[in-house]
Design a protein. Structure first.
Length: 170
């Protein structure tokens, strides 16, 4: 059942990304909903399970991107593992903490995606514009994080609970 719920959240996120956020942008940058889901998966499900979900989200997003298949999947999985590992060492979960991790995770996912693209031969992804895009996407995703927490928590295990680490909530 969890697999179907996660799949439903991913499909809705892709549809919203491809329909709403094609036109809704801030400084010509759209939120990265699949990166947001990847970061929240690492935060809520821990490094191992979160990185698996993030890989699936990235693979789904890769279908619509002009870069090699698996590039976003790899970047998202690495970021989710990192966020899940960082979250395990935190003493408490607060909405501010979640937004800060989403900002940093999104920035890392956007920059990591571009850097991995350069490694596999996709030229032109790394430039000064990348920092601007990564920062704005991070801010947008941090603002959207409180709205995505509940659907992700529902998909992973039920109502969102603050105050317990991911390992204890699983």
């Amino acid at each position: 059942m969890t697999f179907l719920k996660i799949g439903a959240v991913l499909v809705v996120a892709v549809v919203v990304q491809l329909t709403v956020f094609v036109d809704v942008r801030v400084a010509d940058v759209a939120p990265e909903l699949l990166a947001l889901i990847a970061v929240l998966a690492g935060f809520l499900a821990g490094p191992e399970r979160g990185s698996t979900i993030a890989f699936g989200a990235g693979l789904l997003w890769d279908v619509w991107l002009p870069t090699p298949l698996g590039l976003a999947a790899m970047a998202f999985a690495i970021v989710a593992f990192g966020v899940g590992s960082i979250e395990a060492g935190l003493f408490h979960d607060s909405r501010l903490q979640v937004s800060a991790l989403v900002f940093l995770g999104t920035f890392a996912a956007v920059c990591g995606y571009a850097l991995l693209g350069e490694v596999v031969g996709q030229r032109g992804l790394v430039d000064l514009e990348l920092l601007r895009v990564g920062l704005i996407a991070g801010v947008l995703n941090a603002a959207l994080a409180p709205f995505m927490l509940r659907p992700m928590a529902w998909a992973l295990r039920g109502p969102m609970t603050f105050g317990a680490p991911a390992a204890a909530r699983s």
